[in-house]
Write a protein that binds this ligand. Structure first.
Ligand code: SF4
Length: 499
């Protein structure tokens, strides 16, 4: 057994409530308090017995607290993202000041795509781990010579060196379970997702997505387009362990990009989960056949998170979604018939968007009448086809993906459709969808049935209304509120001051 450096895996403190570092696909402060699990950091932590995982935003930790907790570690890995990168660099610089001998590495999609620029941003970053970084980080922690470690970039004699790429992991069963790390280091009660029962736990049973959606970050940067999976037996035995380890958890979420991409495998897992009596949910495309939906429902499926994206077929074609609107409608009807809850996600501002197509998307969501929705602004991340298109076509209105409160900013606009108009349509879509009798009665009914649910929905309702109000206020005069450099620096100084 090799010896490992004492390693801290850190999801750094950032904007208040920032759901950012290591589990969220689109890093931002959400409409209501939401945190995904930092699974991408928990996995390398599970490969290193001498490690600790800190999820600062979920635990509400300030920078001052994190600095104190980092004492005694030899190596610190920060998970970063494009919207939080500048902030994360400042956190690294404070760590460097406090602990000059600590090795500091960055991981995540942003540094995978921009290793040179990331390293050039600050001398406080000793190396970046590109691609899938689980084994890369283990080898660094084992103290292997850096020249022998695939997938890292670092400074050597004044230049930046990029070692050869790290191959994708083929044997997913060889990865240890993240459940023990969750139990050891995370505050399970701190993790909320509005449409999931609380407390919930999310984890992965595989990585990669065969679809080619042009905006989608992870398959184009870290995960790839082949769905690499753990065996059903291994998943079911991990879930048995998770169920025993977290008796308080009401729902388990499979956060694979598309859990339903391999239906026979998903069915085998579902049968195993059914025997365990587990309530579960997962990401799915809007084309799962009825017989599979039925089997999943019979075996504990409660909710599907479905990316519908747009109510306009041409836009779906433009983004290579590979879904037809009529199929999506039929799928939604089938779920409703079977009593499967749907959280539908939509994006405004995708290529081809006009005022009319935004209206079509709003009407489409209301017609589908899924249980809950999320409306995002199109976000072009470095490394995606959408980013290349937007750069090439001059669609970028501005660079910053989030505003100074950490919520999403409108960054793209088109001839005849401003970023401000796209931004305004988000609040309009939420209002048009939720201020209808059907969603209101669903919420009232859920609150009437359960007092804990009542308390939670009241909190979320007030957060949601304040989100709508701030977005409307900020977007007055059709302008998107921007994360000005001054505001960004102010926020960073607040972070550094530990506020
Ligand atoms: S199906 Fe979902 S996870 Fe897969 S590429 Fe499209 S948006 Fe991404």
């Amino acid at each position: 057994m090799p010896t490992f450096m004492r390693t801290l895996f850190l999801n750094p403190p950032s904007y208040a409530g920032f759901d950012g570092g290591a589990g969220a696909r689109y890093q931002a402060t959400r409409e209501i308090r939401s945190f995904w699990y930092p699974t991408w950091l928990a996995q390398p932590a599970a490969l290193n017995p001498n490690s600790k995982l800190i999820d600062a935003p979920a635990d509400g930790l300030s920078l001052a607290q994190v600095l104190q907790m980092a004492r005694g570690f030899d190596l610190c890995i920060l998970h970063t993202s494009t919207p939080s990168f500048d902030n994360d660099v400042r956190v690294a610089e404070r760590l460097r000041q406090e602990y000059p001998k600590m090795l500091i590495g960055f991981a995540g999609a942003h540094v995978a795509v921009l290793p040179e620029e990331s390293l050039s941003a600050s001398k406080a970053i000793d190396f970046v781990a590109r691609e899938e970084f689980d084994y890369t980080l283990r080898e660094v922690a084992e103290g292997r010579p850096w020249a022998e470690i695939d997938g890292i970039s670092y400074r050597l004699n004044g230049s930046i060196v990029h070692n050869r790429d790290r191959a994708l992991i083929e044997n997913m069963d060889a990865l240890p379970s993240v459940v023990d790390v969750y139990k050891r280091d995370l505050t399970i009660d701190a993790y909320y997702i509005g449409y999931l029962k609380h407390p919930y736990v999310s984890l992965y049973t595989g990585r990669g997505c065969p679809a080619r959606c042009t905006f989608c970050l992870w398959p184009q940067t870290v995960g790839g387009h082949v769905y690499r999976t753990r065996s059903p037996q291994s998943v079911v035995s991990e879930m048995a362990k998770a169920k025993a380890g977290f008796p308080q958890v009401k729902e388990f979420f499979f956060d694979d990009d598309t859990f339903t991409a391999d239906l026979p495998r998903a069915a085998e897992i579902a049968r195993g989960l059914g025997k365990l009596g587990i309530t579960w949910s997962c990401n799915a495309r809007a084309n799962v056949p009825y017989e599979y939906l039925e089997l999943f429902k019979e075996n504990g499926l409660r909710l599907l998170l479905v990316g519908y994206e747009s109510g306009n077929q041409q836009i779906l074609n433009n983004i290579k979604k590979g879904i037809r609107l009529d199929i999506a409608r039929e799928f939604t009807r089938n779920c409703r018939k079977l009593g499967i809850v749907i959280h539908g996600t939509f994006i405004l501002g995708l290529p081809g968007e006009t005022r009319e197509t935004m209206e079509q998307t709003i009407r489409f969501a209301c017609d589908l009448d899924v249980d809950t929705i999320q409306v995002s602004l199109a976000a072009a991340y470095p490394g995606t086809e959408l980013y290349r298109q937007a750069s090439h076509s001059g669609w970028f209105k501005k660079d910053e993906l989030v505003r100074n409160d950490g919520t999403q900013a409108a960054t793209i606009e088109y001839p005849g459709l401003t970023a401000g108009e796209i931004n305004d349509a988000v609040a309009r879509m939420y209002a048009r969808f939720y201020f209808r009798p059907a969603p209101i009665s669903r919420i009232v009914w859920a609150m009437a049935k359960d007092s804990r649910e009542r308390k939670r929905r009241l909190r979320e309702g007030s957060e949601f209304l304040s989100y709508l109000w701030n977005r409307k206020k900020g977007a007055s005069n059709g302008r998107t509120p921007s994360t000005t450099a001054a505001a960004g620096v102010r926020r960073e100084e607040e972070v550094l001051a530990g506020r």
